[in-house]
Structures are given as C-alpha cells and as structure tokens.
Design a protein around this ligand. Structure first.
Ligand code: WT7
Length: 676
C-alpha cells in the first residue's frame, strides 16, 4: 500500500491497511501533522496541553487554579477550583449564537414519527424541567434516577439534573425491576424520572410498573416519581408521590422558563452509571463535571471529526456510557445535531436504520459490532435499497470487530468511502481512549489503533513491565491519569482501589480488565476481558451476577456461568446448573425456560443465558475454585458448527482469544497463589 500524503504510513507491509481518501484527510479536523503536534505536545507539556484545551473548550464561571492534583492517588483531580455548568455548556452558549435554531436532537420512533428539538427548544425544556426538579426539592449533590425509553425527555432530564448540580443515574430501560431495586438502594435517589412505558420491537415495555415493583421492596424512600406520558396506557399513579411530567411542565408554579444554572465545581459528580464487574453487584461509576465534559468534546472533534453541518447518530441507548458521552453530552456541548431513535434496528423492517440514515441524511454513524453482524446477516439488499451517500464516517464500539464484519461495514454501508474508527474505551474511561483519528491515520480491520493524544496506554505483563513482542499478549493499562477518568465507585472507595489500581499499585497504572497485543506499528489489538466479565452484544455482564441470579431461584443449588463465542453477540452466556435435591429433572425444557425467565426478571433480558446445562456437580480445584476454563471448553464444544467466516477472520480472532485465555489462566494462577 503506497504512502498517502498527509497520513502516517504503516511499517507493516504485509498487513492490509486502509487509508482515508485524500478528500477526507484534507477536510479533517485533525490531519497527520496536527495529530503529531498534539501527540508531541501531550508528551512534552502534559499540563499545558490539558490547560489549553480546558480553557478553550469549556465556558467557565470561574477559571480553575490548577490543572491537576495528584497528591492523593488514585483520587485524582483535574481543573481544580474551576466552576462551570455542563448544561450551560451544552445549551446556553449555543442559544446565544447562530445555533439557536439549529436542530439539537432529531428523534424518531419505531413507527416513523419524527420530532425535532432546536437548541432553543431544548434549552427551554431543560430550564423548565430543571426548575421542576428544584421545586420538588432536588438540590446540588442529590441523586435523580432516570429509567426511560429513548425519547427526548430522557436527554432533557439528564441535562436538567446537570443544570441544578444533581447527580443523575440513568438505568437502562431493558433492566428489570430487580436490577432497578439494587440501583435505587445504592444511589438513594430523591426523585425517579420514568415513563408510562416505551416501545421496543413493537411491544410496550412497562417502565412505570417496574418502578412501582422496585419501590415496594426498597428501604430507601424516594420522594417523587415523575412519569412521562409516552405510550398512553393506563398505569397506577400513587397520590402525592407520582406526578405526570406533562402536568408539571405545564404548571408555571413548577416549570419556569429560566432556571439559573448551578455553579458546580470541576470535580463535582455529573453522574453515576452502574456497570458489571466480577462481583455479584454492579458498581456505580462516578464521573466528574469538567474533565468528563472536556474529553467528550475533544473526542467528538478529533475522532468523529464532527463539523457543524453534520448529522451525527450514535445508536447506543442512553442507559449506557456510549449514549451519555456520544448521544448527549459530546454532541450537544459542541452544538452538533444528534439523532435519537426509540427502537431496535430491525423493526418494523430490517431496513429501519438505513431508512433513518437516508431520511435524515446522517453523516456519521456510530454503533456496535453486534448490530453490524446482525444486519449483515440479513443481506445486502436492505442496505443497498437506500441512498447512504451522506455517510462520511463510521464508528464501532463495545467489543472487537471481526474483519469480516469490518469489511461489510466498510464496503456495503460506507461504500468504501467512509473511514471506520474502532474506538476502545469503557464506562470508566468516560470517552474514547484507543482508536484511530480518521483523517490522520490508517486503519487495520480488527485493531482499535493507538492511544489518543493525551492518553498513555501500554500492554504489560503481570509484573507491569511493557511487552514489546508483537506476538505476545498482555494486560492493557493506562499509565497516566486523564480528565474523563472515573472518580470512584459510588460509596465504595475500597472497591475503586481494589478493582482498578491495586494490581499495578507500585506503578500507579489503571488496570482496564482487558487483554491486548501491540503490533509493530504500535497498534493495539484488544483481546477482550481477562476478568470474569462477559461481553454480550457489546454490553458487560458479570458472570457472578448471572450466577447469583440463578442461585436465587428455589430449584438451584449451584451455578457457574461462562461465555461461549457467538457469531452475532460476540459472546453468549452458558450456565451450568446443579439442581437441588428432589427437583424433577424430567421437566427439562420447562426448567430451562423457567430459569431463563428468572434471570430476565432478576437482571434483564440481555442477561438470559442462551444455554443452560444441568449437571450433578461442578468441576472444582482442590481449593474449591470452579474450573471455568474446563467449563468454557465444554460450552464451546457443544457449539453447533455454523458457517464460519473467512480464514483471515478466524486466524485473527482465534489468535487473540487464545492469547487471552492464556492470560486469564496466568492471572488465575497468580490469584490462587496469593490466597493459598
Ligand atoms: C469493555 C467496556 C465504552 C462503550 C461500550 C462498552 C470492550 C469496548 C471496544 C473495542 C474491543 C472493546 C472492552 C472494554 N470494548 N470497546 N473498540 N474493541 N473491545 O462499555 O460496558 O464499559 O465495556 O468493552 O472489553 O473493557 P463497557
């Protein structure tokens, strides 16, 4: 592959690499020279780099005194002493500019209804709802739990919280009342914002009744529940506790047209978002205000190459970090137009997404490999029927993308003209960490790319020493703090330290929980989780969480959950279950159904095992540790041979997962050694 002017060249001659077109590079926000400059700057003058961007990108009420405070690791602080408001940065500054009447949110329902909110309209709605929340007694630092479908009111509620300095905690609408209950118990919100229901796959999801169920069983008292009337169904409203959103927003005593934004500290939490780990309970990841805002803005600009004329669509639900950073905060802080779609990719037809791209002339599309693979399987016709020529950049996130899906995305969706950015990051990192900058760097299908300017990542061995052999895998670490990093685990400093910082305590490295390999070009190949966390459809699911859901069923004595490679969802959940004495095993299919439904009720449909295998005992080591590797082999062996992808595909993925399994084993050995 020849060298293209303005783009950094690959050292690896034999690997297939893809360069952006000259046209793309020339218009890109960051070209190769700028990329090199940013990189060098962040390496030589780290504080100056962050100071410059924080001052340039954020509108401050009070400037910060100090860029970084590392005096109490790992409790790092950025932009210390600064005062700002995130909703002000997402709205007020735009309504005072020509963007006042620009579309902020373009919303579409499954049935094809469209609603557009300009910056001015969104500004009014957010001010009104912020004053509603204040009238309901919500103060700075109070928590507000948001359990909503993908409708503009969800974004309005988030921004309204930000406006008054309340900490929002969005719970994915696909989670069950049980999962909701745990999060209410942990975050102790004053108010819950929900809806009478939402639509998914043409079916109504009963959000409000899930809230009711959860509330019946929590000790914490929630003062108010605000309910958006959306699907127009009869639901129960508890007097003096439950209020219709529309009623409050129509009442001038509650909803004022202007709500003074709270001047919050740079380090004040903006939100809590729960994510699975290797224990039975999800952790509440806490994000800051200034550092988080800054990095979502910079990555929107550098990685998504966002321009004012773009229509940007991140398909993630606001219940995930991707929906927070690239559905709401990043695009709005930059005054961009963001698309929000309530529904699934394949309803009412498998062409729904492509219809949306054509209808709204979407320029940048950001989604997950699972969705790409699922749509790919449905055939090219659904895509090719639509004019997708508006697309100029494509992105993926959530799990490694197999080269076959990458090629399909590139050729069929992007018509070989839109570069692909494969962005590695996590709930904890707040924004992109490892990816290519599309106008400056070439891409390699299956590799995320390099750490962004300002981000310092390495692949290390168990002792924290860098691995420079491109054929060897290691653990992925971030070696320097960064502004949008998590600030802690809600209410659990010990967990924060233990999970992320204890492994490489001496070096002060952040441990991401992933394995990775670094090639000759310095490109990172992510191998996936090395802890007991599965990645199903780009979502993290802790094996322990599913196990505790299973053993909470009256029939189950013991359970072990492992992942099995799956063509569409990346990993599929396989559960090995030991039934209690006396349970009638002849009702096999019925038992399977019942246990799957039970997990659905305990966590949510995404956590339902795709296979349950009954066994008389679980294989254990002498110290009583379940031999997960063995179970994994059994689970994988039972896999029915599907028409597997191309040879190239298999070799890359197999190599990576082999390396990862080796790492996992090594880590487990280390742990056994420590405990024994
Ligand atoms: C885990 C984080 C951050 C948004 C979505 C998921 C995996 C994420 C990639 C990628 C390979 C990826 C990692 C990571 N992951 N992006 N581009 N290539 N793996 O957020 O639920 O916090 O999960 O997702 O394993 O640790 P999350």
């Amino acid at each position: 592959m020849g060298k293209q002017k303005g783009v950094i060249e690959s050292k690896l001659k034999e690997t297939r690499v893809f360069y952006p077109s000259i046209e793309f590079s020339q218009k890109a926000n960051v070209d190769a020279d700028e990329y090199e400059r940013l990189k060098r700057w962040s390496e030589t003058d780290w504080e100056g780099f962050w100071r410059y961007f924080a001052l340039k990108k954020i509108d401050w009420f009070k400037r910060f005194d100090e860029v970084f405070d590392g005096s109490n690791p790992p409790f790092y602080k950025f932009f210390v002493g600064g005062k700002l408001n995130v909703s002000y940065n997402c709205l007020d500054r735009h309504v005072r500019s020509w963007r006042k009447n620009k579309a902020a949110i373009i919303w579409e329902s499954e049935s094809g209804e469209t609603q557009v909110l300009t910056y001015q309209q969104l500004y009014i709605e957010v001010n009104k709802f912020a004053s509603v929340l204040r009238t309901l007694g919500v103060k700075k630092g109070d928590r507000v739990l948001i359990y909503m479908p993908m409708i503009p009111e969800a974004a309005i509620a988030m921004l309204a919280c930000a406006r008054i300095g309340a900490i929002h905690s969005v719970v994915f609408g696909g989670f069950s009342s049980e999962a909701l209950k745990d999060r209410i118990e942990d975050a102790k919100p004053k108010v819950i914002v929900t809806a009478d229901g939402g639509f998914r796959n043409g079916k109504a999801v009963p959000l409000k009744s899930n809230v009711d169920e959860a509330m019946e069983r929590v000790e914490h008292r929630v003062s108010y529940v605000v309910v958006v009337r959306h699907i127009d169904r009869d639901i129960h409203m508890k007097p003096l506790r439950d209020f219709w959103y529309q009623d409050l927003m129509g009442d001038p005593d509650y909803a004022q047209i202007y709500c003074e934004p709270e001047h919050v500290d740079s380090e004040d939490p903006l939100f809590i978002l729960y994510t699975s780990g290797s224990t039975g309970k999800p952790k509440g990841i806490v994000h800051s205000s200034a550092g988080y805002l800054l990095w979502t803005m910079l990555t929107m600009k550098w990685v998504f190459d966002i321009k004012d004329e773009d229509t940007f669509w991140c398909t993630a639900d606001i219940g995930w970090i991707t929906g927070h950073s690239y559905g709401v905060y990043g695009p709005l802080a930059l005054g961009a137009t963001t698309v929000m779609y309530e529904g699934v990719p394949t309803y009412p037809t498998p062409a729904k997404w492509w219809e949306l791209v054509e209808k709204h002339s979407i320029n940048i599309l950001y989604t997950a490999p699972t969705a790409i693979r699922a749509l790919m399987r449905l055939g090219n016709d659904w895509v090719l029927k639509h004019d997708l020529s508006s697309l100029r950049l494509l992105g993926t996130v959530g799990e490694p993308i197999n080269p076959e899906a990458w090629m399909w995305y590139y050729q069929i969706v992007g018509n070989e003209k839109a570069p692909i950015v494969d962005t590695w990051w996590q709930t904890e990192t707040g924004g992109h960490m490892i990816t290519t900058v599309p106008g400056a760097q070439f891409t390699k299908p299956g590799s995320a790319g390099k750490p962004l300017p300002g981000i310092f990542a390495e692949v290390v061995d168990m002792g924290g020493n860098p691995i420079n052999d491109p054929d060897k895998g290691g653990l992925l670490v971030i070696t320097k703090p960064w502004p949008s990093m998590l600030r802690g685990v809600w209410g659990d400093d010990k967990k924060y330290i233990d999970v992320y910082w204890a492994r490489f305590k001496d070096k002060g490295y952040y441990f991401a929980g992933d394995g990775a390999r670094k090639d000759e070009d310095g490109y990172f190949w992510i191998m996936g989780r090395v802890d007991d966390v599965l990645n199903v459809s780009g979502h993290r699911i802790g094996t322990m969480e599913v196990e505790s859901a299973l053993v909470s069923h009256e029939y189950v004595a013991e359970a072990a959950v492992v992942g099995r490679p799956d063509e569409i969802t990346g990993e599929a959940i396989v559960a090995f279950v030991v039934l209690k004495e006396g349970v009638d095993k002849s009702r096999h299919d019925e038992l399977v159904r019942e246990l799957r439904d039970h997990v659905g009720r305990e966590i949510g449909p995404i956590a339902k095992p795709s296979e349950i295998i009954f066994t008389d005992a679980l294989p254990k080591t002498r110290s009583g540790k379940i031999m997960r590797r063995l179970l994994k082999d059994i689970a994988a062996g039972r896999k029915i041979e599907q028409d597997i992808s191309t040879l190239e595909d298999v070799s890359v993925l197999e190599k990576l997962s082999e390396l990862r399994d080796k790492l996992r084993e090594e880590m487990n050995k280390g742990e056994n050694g420590n405990s024994g």
